[in-house]
Write a protein that binds this ligand. Structure first.
Ligand SMILES: [Zn+2]
Length: 187
């Protein structure tokens, strides 16, 4: 059964929502818990999905479009029409693995910058879906990484804050028109 929030996976010339970029204050503010999952929220979900597909992303958190809500959309297979997107409302981390792994990340809010980030291999989360139903999910690999990256956005953290090689980071940011001053290292 197709989901109520299903949108066509295509690139729109004018995506419904505008992105915010590294250096914008909005990316540094913590998102608020969502009290009610209703049609208005599902409309926002649709617009976030359309924006994500249009911008060639596989994940988008509400703060990236200037909305201070604990809402994330993810689709690790944007070219597969049969793969439904994952909608996370008020997600919380239940557990992470002690095993860490390193992989390259990018972010729609920092276009052009792709760098290695170390994160737990496996993450287990609790969240509500687009109908307000409580769900849990255990994820690893690309999905697990994407979930952790997007959940960081809800806490005002961006992936470059976790990049350990600060020299490479400074170079990549400057090459792509961003300031290293906008980075807030987590450790
Ligand atoms: Zn991001």
């Amino acid at each position: 059964m197709p989901s109520d929030i299903a949108v066509e996976k295509k690139k729109l010339k004018k995506p419904p929502l505008g992105l915010h970029f590294l250096g914008d204050r909005v990316l540094r503010q913590a998102a608020k818990r969502i009290a009610k999952v209703d049609d208005e929220l599902r409309q926002l979900v649709r617009e976030m999905l359309q924006t994500m597909y249009s911008e060639d992303g596989i994940g988008l958190a509400a703060p990236q479009v200037g909305v201070h809500k604990q809402l994330i959309v993810i689709d690790c297979e944007p070219d597969n029409a049969a793969n439904p997107p994952l909608i996370l409302i008020n997600p919380t981390v239940k557990q992470v693995s002690r095993d860490l792994c390193v992989a390259q990340e990018g972010c729609l809010s920092i276009p052009g910058v792709y760098l290695d980030v170390k994160r737990p291999q496996v993450v287990e989360i609790a969240y509500k879906d687009e109908y307000g139903r409580p769900q849990t999910l255990k994820a690893s690999d690309l999905l697990g990484r994407c979930i952790q990256h997007e959940m960081d956005h809800l806490n005002g953290v961006v992936f470059v804050d976790r990049v350990e090689n600060s020299l490479t980071l400074a170079q990549e940011l400057s090459k792509n028109g961003f300031s290293y001053q906008a980075v807030k290292p987590v450790a």
